[in-house]
Design a protein around this ligand. Structure first.
Ligand SMILES: *[C@@H]1O[C@H](CO)[C@@H](O)[C@H](O)[C@H]1NC(C)=O
Ligand SMILES: *[C@@H]1O[C@H](CO)[C@@H](O)[C@H](O)[C@H]1NC(C)=O
Ligand SMILES: *[C@@H]1O[C@H](CO)[C@@H](O)[C@H](O)[C@H]1NC(C)=O
Length: 473
């Protein structure tokens, strides 16, 4: 078949698909809202909320097979030319609901929120309508990112293949800390560490992702029989590229710069998983930079939010049962192989595990449970104290200012997240979510020149927590 015939056919199927799928999607959206936005009917009369299709780009550009599954062409690449990120000030529940209505209908995508503001991204074709909507709702907003595609084009400078080959020849791996790397480079570095430091480092495939990629945990073995254990992970949300880079940096310092570390650090066993969601992570490199979830194929949309899928208060406030939402909790607790594998591994190793740190971006927060409600654990004073010690250590590296507190109170309730499960089920005392840089200038598109400073401040946080658990009973 010639190329032009293929294009014509493709366009035809696309049109038919959108025409058929739209009414269905809209009725679903109406029947199931996420719990943050239940309530008044008045905003339903706004034309923007009616006329706009749900913008899951994979659906918009995909073709379905006869069982209704979405087939995304492998060379399909989402562009964000002219898309902008707005920061909307929201100081009451009405304003918050107005913004969340836009999010729930897929008109804009939420990037970040706390109790006083919400960052949303609007694609170029929606900018005018979204601005008018916000103005009509009397909401104050500012543009924090002028051109999303430009930020994407500039965040990750290329390293030449020659330079990478040179690196491989000299060091035996391709990893650097001035570029965001693909999974293969990160995993190659883990294998290199395991080969180079066999006495110190043990590598375990704890399972496979949905698409069959390995989940590689590195253990740094102190050799002390009663060593306390410390879990660290990154990359559960695909687009938060700074997190696998940061976790890999921490790992490199703990292993390759071991002589420089304090004695207490060498007496702790670390368990480190740089990429919890490798399918999503790879997809952000190949197809859609701002993808968040894993790649679970649903009947209406793709992807489960792996940080709403954990079996502790699963499906509660701040998660969704609707596949097209970014915070879709999955079909049940631990419905996804990634969360299954990690939880199983942690439960098999949680005796003596005293710290659990999961890295996210962005906003610069050190958050402790609970996320499922605005309650705090009984020993929250300990979590708060150690969290503050970590924030102070980060500041002392010359790094960013991090705010410490309970996640549901500082940001928003979010049930089914991994730190709640770590605390509530695995009984790991010091469970934290650390939201790395920045505060919104680049958001998820933090330039790679930040990897080293963020890595250094994050290592300082890990050391501060490690020092506390080392001293503790
Ligand atoms: C709430 O925000 C609006 C604009 O978004 C502003 O006009 C108003 O003064 C704010 N109210 C308070 C109590 O901060
Ligand atoms: C290394 O990992 C394997 C599992 O892959 C485990 O059986 C073994 O006990 C580990 N070794 C140490 C020293 O922890
Ligand atoms: C919410 O986030 C914005 C942007 O980072 C920040 O300026 C503001 O102080 C935060 N609000 C609170 C209450 O921390």
């Amino acid at each position: 078949m010639s190329r032009s015939w293929f294009l014509i056919l493709f366009t035809f199927f696309l049109t038919v698909h959108i025409a058929l799928a739209e009414p269905l999607k809209r009725s679903k959206h109406r029947s199931h809202q996420n719990s943050e936005t239940k309530g008044s009917a008045d905003s339903n009369s706004n034309p923007l909320l009616h006329s706009e299709p749900a913008t899951n780009p994979s659906i918009a550009a995909g073709v379905t097979d006869n069982s209704g599954r979405i087939i995304v062409p492998s060379d399909y690449h989402v562009k964000y030319d002219g898309a902008q990120v707005f920061r909307v000030t929201v100081n009451n529940s009405k304003g918050r609901k107005r913004v969340n209505d836009l999010v729930d209908k897929g008109v804009v995508e939420k990037w970040r929120s706390n109790t006083t503001s919400i960052d949303i991204m609007a694609k170029a074709d929606k900018l005018t309508a979204v601005k008018q909507y916000l103005e009509k709702a009397k909401l104050t907003y500012e543009v924090v990112l002028e051109d999303v595609q430009r930020a994407i084009d500039e965040e990750n400078p290329d390293i030449s293949e020659e330079e990478l080959a040179l690196l491989t020849g000299r060091k035996g791996h391709r990893m650097t800390f001035h570029k965001y790397h693909r999974m293969e480079d990160i995993h190659g570095y883990l294998d290199y560490l395991a080969q180079t430091y066999p006495q110190l480092v043990n590598i375990t495939d704890i399972g496979r992702s949905l698409e069959g990629r390995p989940l590689k945990v590195i253990q740094i073995i102190s050799g002390h029989p009663n060593a306390k254990r410390f879990w660290i992970d990154g990359g559960i949300h695909a687009r938060e590229w700074i997190t696998p880079a940061t976790v890999t940096y921490i790992l490199s310092e703990l292993v390759e710069n071991r002589e420089a570390q304090d004695e207490y650090l060498k007496k702790i066993d670390f368990y480190i998983l740089p990429i919890v969601n490798p399918d999503g992570y790879e997809y952000t490199h190949t197809n859609e930079r701002l993808w968040r979830k894993n790649r679970r194929q649903g009947t209406t949309c793709t992807g489960t939010d792996l940080n709403r899928n954990w079996g502790f208060h699963w499906g509660g406030v701040g998660s969704s049962k609707e596949q097209c939402q970014q915070i879709y909790a999955g079909s049940g607790p631990f419905s996804e192989p990634e969360t299954q594998a990690v939880s199983k591994f942690i439960l098999a190793n949680n005796a003596k595990m005293k710290a659990f740190v999961t890295f996210h971006s962005y906003g610069q927060y050190i958050l402790y449970p609970w996320g499922y409600s605005k309650r705090v654990p009984q020993d929250y004073a300990d979590l708060d104290r150690v969290g503050r010690a970590a924030a102070e250590a980060m500041r002392l590296t010359g790094g960013g200012a991090y705010t410490v507190g309970n996640s549901a109170q500082l940001l928003y309730p979010a049930a089914g997240a991994s730190d709640d499960w770590a605390k509530g089920v695995a009984k790991i005392k010091y469970a934290y979510t650390i939201e790395l840089r920045d505060k919104g200038k680049y958001g998820f598109l933090l330039p790679a020149s930040n990897i080293l400073p963020v890595g250094k401040e994050s290592l300082a946080a890990v050391k501060a927590i490690a020092s506390e658990i080392y001293k503790g009973k």
